[in-house]
Design a protein around this ligand. Structure first.
Ligand SMILES: Cc1ncc(C[n+]2csc(CCOP(=O)(O)OP(=O)(O)O)c2C)c(N)n1
Ligand code: SF4
Ligand SMILES: [Mg+2]
Length: 327
């Protein structure tokens, strides 16, 4: 009940003349997997991307985000089909252009949780430049890159992360180009949360998605997600269920113990770069994390300062004044 309403003692209320009654918020329904699930995924049976989707559902269920505040965006690719399978706001956008779209949404609606999903081709090839600029501007979003070392949707072309020697439709005699190192690219690009995981390790994936979500700024997770159709078994060396070993980064606990000397300081850019230089399959976990003002916060401050200067002028008046100055 608010100040303008009077309880009558019989369950009814009288509203003061000329005042609209406040509309009570209906009780929130629990966010269940059923509520978050949209279409049935159309990936090939055994594709690593299924586990990513399952982990994402788990995180949403666990965190009980407000359903209407969830946005999933993607470019084009098998992995980029992700938003189809999430019942929330979303778009399956132009190949490689998910970061600019997400940037606009994040800046205009800072109250939303902006999640991006996509592939190695989408993120590091056609969208590579957008990735760098989203990172350096530190725009608030969580970007999950499902790296399968191949273009899956278009049926086996060499991707920017394909290893040298990989035979594909575009490299029938084997790839000859140096692949992108996603961790190095993201560190030098200026992303403020950078991590790596494997689709075969759901627990690890969930932990990292949660940490990335909690980070203010441009957070990126590279996830090795097997394309069983066009590059099978490539991630087995990091899959203990298939004879490999999944080596997790031990982060510093700052507990003054001798063991801690050997642990990784996630704020140390050079240490992160060294970890990123380890040979395949490398290590998994958080490589780098730092606090830097987000573009969202800086832009908000800038808008507020400008608003103060222009007083009560409307947007159109401000625009007109600017045009007048240009005459
Ligand atoms: C502008 C543009 N160029 C090329 C394509 C063709 N195309 C669609 S998806 C794709 C690559 C997808 O690879 P990746 O991002 O690694 O996703 P995956 O399918 O492996 O999950 C390409 C080249 C396109 N749709 N639009
Ligand atoms: S082609 Fe590869 S990446 Fe695409 S759905 Fe099939 S297994 Fe997954
Ligand atoms: Mg791919």
């Amino acid at each position: 009940m608010n100040e303008s309403t009077t309880g009558n003692g019989d369950g009814t209320t009288t509203v003061a003349a000329g005042v609209s009654p406040a509309i009570a918020e209906p009780p929130r329904e629990k966010l269940t997997k059923k509520a978050i699930t949209a279409d049935h995924p159309t990936w090939c049976p055994g594709c690593g991307d299924f586990a990513v989707l399952a982990s994402f559902y788990k995180v949403l269920e666990k965190r009980q985000l407000d359903h209407e505040k969830i946005v999933t965006l993607a470019g084009i690719g098998c992995s980029s089909r992700f938003p189809y399978f999430v019942n929330g706001h979303g778009a399956h956008y132009i190949h490689g252009r998910a970061v600019p779209l997400a940037s606009g949404i994040s800046l205009a609606r800072p109250d939303l949780h902006v999640f991006l999903f996509g592939g190695d081709g989408d993120g590091f090839s056609i969208g590579g430049n957008h990735l760098d600029h989203g990172a350096r501007k530190n725009i608030n979003m969580t970007y999950f890159i499902m790296d399968n070392f191949v273009y899956g949707l278009t049926k086996k072309q060499t991707s920017p992360t394909s290893p040298i020697g990989f035979k594909s439709k575009t490299d029938p005699t084997g790839a000859i180009d140096q692949p992108v190192n996603p961790m190095k690219k993201l560190i030098s690009g200026g992303a403020t949360f950078i991590a790596r995981t494997h689709a075969a390790n759901v627990t690890h994936m969930i932990q990292l998605i949660e940490r990335a979500m909690d980070h203010q700024g441009f957070s990126v997770i590279e996830c090795l997600s097997e394309c069983v159709e066009f590059f099978p078994d490539v991630f087995d060396p990091a899959n203990p269920k298939k004879g490999g070993s999944f080596e997790v980064i031990q982060e510093k606990k700052w507990d003054n113990t001798p063991e801690d000397e050997l642990r990784h300081d996630v704020t140390d850019e050079l240490a992160a770069y060294k970890l990123a230089s380890l040979p395949f399959p490398g290590v998994f976990g958080v490589f780098y994390e730092t606090d830097r003002p987000t573009k969202n916060a800086l832009e908000k401050k800038w808008i507020e300062n400008t608003r103060e200067k222009v007083g009560n002028a409307s947007d159109v008046e401000v625009l007109q004044k600017t045009f007048d100055r240009m005459k």
